[in-house]
Design a binder for this molecule. Structure first.
Ligand SMILES: [Ca+2]
Ligand SMILES: [Ca+2]
Length: 474
């Protein structure tokens, strides 16, 4: 697998390397002087290159307008002059197949659906095939929409697992969190667990709740340094010296699969945290053994010494942020920021996790390529996506953990992507740093290699504190 920038042992070289390999913004035309650099890099990686495309060209940036009489949903997307064909699909949220698509004209920029039930919600997908004169490429867009869908006021049961070493200090704030979760439609099942317990014992607490009411227990909120399960022999950032066990909170969300600790024997990783041997308590599984039964999120602000506040005070600050956002004491403009420092990367186009999700949320014109800290110091965004060559504490072109400690970027929900910080349980880890900021940021997911598709899960299930990513845990 191709590396996504950065070498753990040589951060200085990593930065220089990143600068020579990456783009600061999507390529807009063939006169961009950086295109040659991109093409050379892609060819050096041995991959085919759709030269001249920008990352957003790989998305169909869908948005929707609905009306009640007659009931209809109109999908819109920006024109792509290179499109040779569009296909529209529709399904219910939980259907597993898209079925047969409906072919639209090559110059289509909208689709009107009037054969629907006003009270139902539908997930739409629009795919395009394109030819730019020298090469072909494809794009996809997804949106979840309904005309008059009933508000979800009962979400089921959420298990709140609290690190017991924090419970007394934060009792007021945790009680308020529980009330806020009730207000959001959840029934809260609270348990406090010791941070030095084993993941197997902690999972026993979760399983007992789930087995007592498996139809209604839907979600798991891990608060604090609840024991961190590790699993697998993986390196989704492509670095051989990062191969091994990664944090895997997905273990806690799987109620049916079998997890073993007998096969993997790999101690080549540069950080012993990633070593995995038979019987060491880290699981073997590199992929999920079963479909997850629970949504899983974690707020863990342990081991962040770059921030001035202690772990307890960082968590108190987080709970205050959470309460303030839920009650609109703090808000942000409904728009999405994309700070892409990788470009198309041989077609992987990591920043699609921004472009493809933000258009359905806010509209294509409210999805904006811009610099993270340069923009978010003075302008607010509800969502942000940033990617660049990484270290455990930074992503090139986005910023560093120290930047998050020194600033207060005005963005609430975030995705960050780059090498070395995806296994989030490390000191001053860059993926957790946004959660430790003062006023705004509540969530961060590692998204890019495995693109995030958020529209239907957020719309129907509620936003999670920290969003799940299979096999990597946060
Ligand atoms: Ca093991
Ligand atoms: Ca930037």
């Amino acid at each position: 697998m191709r590396q996504i920038g950065g070498r753990r042992q040589k951060p200085a070289k990593c930065v220089a390397n990143y600068r020579s390999r990456s783009l600061n913004k999507p390529v807009k035309n063939t006169r961009d002087p950086l295109i040659g650099v991109l093409a050379a890099n892609v060819l050096a990686g041995g991959l085919l290159c759709a030269t001249g495309q920008s990352v957003s060209d790989y998305a169909v940036q869908l948005s929707a307008v609905v009306q009640t009489n007659p009931a209809q949903i109109t999908l819109y997307w920006p024109a792509d002059p290179n499109a040779t064909n569009y296909v529209r699909y529709r399904k219910t949220r939980d259907a597993t197949s898209w079925g047969t698509g409906l072919t639209l004209a090559p110059n289509a920029t909208n689709y009107v659906d009037s054969s629907l039930s006003a009270s139902a919600a539908y997930e739409y997908r629009v795919s395009k095939t394109c030819w730019n004169g020298s090469t072909s490429y494809t794009g996809e867009g997804y949106i979840y929409a309904g005309v008059a869908v009933t508000v979800t006021d009962t979400r089921g049961k959420i298990i709140l697992l609290v690190d017991s070493s924090l419970a007394a200090s934060l009792s007021t704030e945790l009680t308020r969190l529980q009330l806020d979760l009730v207000g959001d439609g959840w029934t809260v099942l609270r348990h406090d667990v010791a941070r030095n317990d084993t993941p197997v014992n902690v999972k026993g607490v979760i399983s007992a709740d789930y087995n007592a009411d498996n139809r209604n227990v839907k979600a798991l909120f891990l608060f604090g340094h609840v024991p961190v399960p590790y699993s697998g022999d993986i390196n989704p950032d492509g670095h051989p010296e990062h191969l091994g066990a990664w944090p895997a909170d997905v273990y806690y969300g799987d109620m049916t699969g079998t997890w073993t600790d007998s096969a993997v024997n790999d101690t080549r990783a540069s950080d012993p945290r990633n070593w995995n041997s038979p019987g060491d308590g880290k699981f073997d599984q590199s992929t999920l053994p079963a479909t997850l039964s629970l949504q899983v999120g974690r707020v863990d602000l342990a081991n962040l010494p770059t921030f001035a506040l202690s772990e307890v005070e960082l968590l108190r600050q987080y709970l205050n942020k959470d309460h303030n956002f839920r009650h609109k004491f703090v808000s942000a403009e409904r728009r999405g920021l994309v700070d892409d420092n990788f470009g198309t990367f041989g077609g992987e186009a990591f920043a699609l996790s921004g472009w493809r999700n933000f258009a359905p949320f806010f509209g294509a014109t409210n999805t904006i390529a811009s610099d993270w800290f340069g923009t978010l110091g003075s302008q607010s965004y509800l969502f942000g996506y940033g990617c660049g060559g990484g270290t455990p504490t930074s992503a090139g072109g986005v910023g560093s953990t120290a930047d998050f400690a020194a600033n207060d970027p005005r963005v609430v929900f975030t995705m960050l992507f780059g090498s070395w910080f995806g296994d989030w349980d490390s000191q001053d880890n860059f993926l957790r740093a946004p959660l430790a900021t003062r006023t705004y940021t509540l969530a961060c997911a590692w998204a890019g290699r495995q693109r995030a598709r958020m529209t239907s899960s957020l719309a129907s299930k509620g936003i999670r504190p920290v969003m799940g990513s299979p096999a990597t845990g946060i």
